[in-house]
Design a protein around this ligand. Structure first.
Ligand SMILES: Nc1ncnc2c1ncn2[C@@H]1O[C@H](COP(=O)(O)OP(=O)(O)OP(=O)(O)O)[C@@H](O)[C@H]1O
Ligand SMILES: [Mg+2]
Length: 296
């Protein structure tokens, strides 16, 4: 079962300790991100965010550049420390974790995929995919088996001994995905993983993630600035603006009752027919085999 995530009144402020304290006071008094920036120079990247992500949900966060998406997802594994608020993952407030608990959480429970996967260039595909298991101290044979499973899952069987530089961009993304899968995380955090891909490969990867989500029970938080991608992928979507969440809901909720003009504008260009199509395929179990990767 994938983990649930409950965020309560989360604010993340970038600045000195003094600025953070001051910013929290100003937030409470109802000042906006821009006002606080003007008044004291601190950046309120996330402002009083509260919502819940359900077990096994594919939850998408969308918003313009600078709206606070990366800050939010990085806070879910404490790469950013909340200035205020709680983050309850699977019933435990991770902001209270000590060093040991945090290390265990990062190793065993959660994995993060960044926009550029940061593969080790001198390591083969399989050595990259094995890495999370290596730092868990898992013995070689078991490690190898698990890594091969993940490699097969993303359609890269036969490529395990190649170096990242011998792979196309899309294939490298798959290696990153395989690596994020090896420790069998209950919570997978993906920060704009597909934004560098060309449209065809991107659609493949989207479909694969949907199939993967059907296959294994896990919770996925997926960030994008592309509303079409958001609506194609998400069970529910949160739209962020200026560090705050403007609206949360299923695609239907956004279409049927947009919260305000900002939301209306944001979804104006979404191709509704295409979204419904993909979601239908997903419900039917989209064929996992539709990879546009040439096998060696
Ligand atoms: N480490 C940091 N120190 C100071 N300010 C930061 C830091 N990280 C982010 N910010 C600021 O917080 C705000 C939100 O940034 P964030 O990276 O979360 O946005 P984003 O929605 O992910 O944008 P993008 O779509 O461009 O990736 C921005 O104003 C940014 O300058
Ligand atoms: Mg970002």
């Amino acid at each position: 079962m994938g983990y649930s995530v409950k965020v309560e009144n989360l604010s993340v402020v970038f600045g000195t300790d003094e600025q953070k304290k001051e910013a929290l006071k100003l937030i409470e008094e109802g000042h906006s991100q821009a006002e606080i920036k003007d008044m004291i120079g601190a950046t309120v990247a996330n402002k009083e965010i509260s919502f819940e992500i359900n077990e096994n949900e594919l939850f998408v966060i969308v918003g313009l550049s600078g709206s606070g998406k990366s800050t939010f997802i990085r806070t879910l594994n404490l790469l950013n420390i909340p200035t205020a608020g709680k983050i309850i993952v699977d019933g435990k407030d991770i902001t209270t974790f000590n060093k040991e608990e945090l290390r265990a959480y990062r190793r065993n429970d959660v994995s993060m995929i960044f926009q550029h996967f940061g593969l080790f260039s001198h390591r083969s595909v399989i050595a990259n995919v094995e890495y999370p298991l290596e730092i868990q101290g898992i013995e070689k044979k078991k490690r190898h088996e698990k890594a091969m499973e993940a490699i097969e899952r993303v359609g890269l069987a036969g490529w395990e001994d190649y170096l990242p530089k011998e792979l196309s961009g899309g294939m490298r993304q798959r290696v990153g995905l395989a690596r994020a899968l090896t420790n069998d995380p209950k919570l997978m955090l993906m920060d704009e993983p597909y934004s560098a891909l060309d449209p065809l490969i991107r659609r493949d990867m989207q479909n694969e993630l949907l199939a993967l989500e059907d296959d294994i029970e896990r919770t996925i938080v997926f960030i994008t600035h592309d509303m079409n991608e958001a609506f194609r992928m998400g069970d529910r979507i949160a739209l962020m603006k200026d560090g705050e969440v403007v609206q949360i809901g299923t695609p239907d909720v956004f279409f049927d009752s947009p919260a305000n003009d900002y939301v209306r504008d944001f979804i104006a260009d979404v191709d509704k027919s295409r979204i419904l199509k993909v979601r239908k395929c997903h419900e039917k179990g989209f064929p996992w085999t539709d990879h546009r990767v040439d096998r060696p």
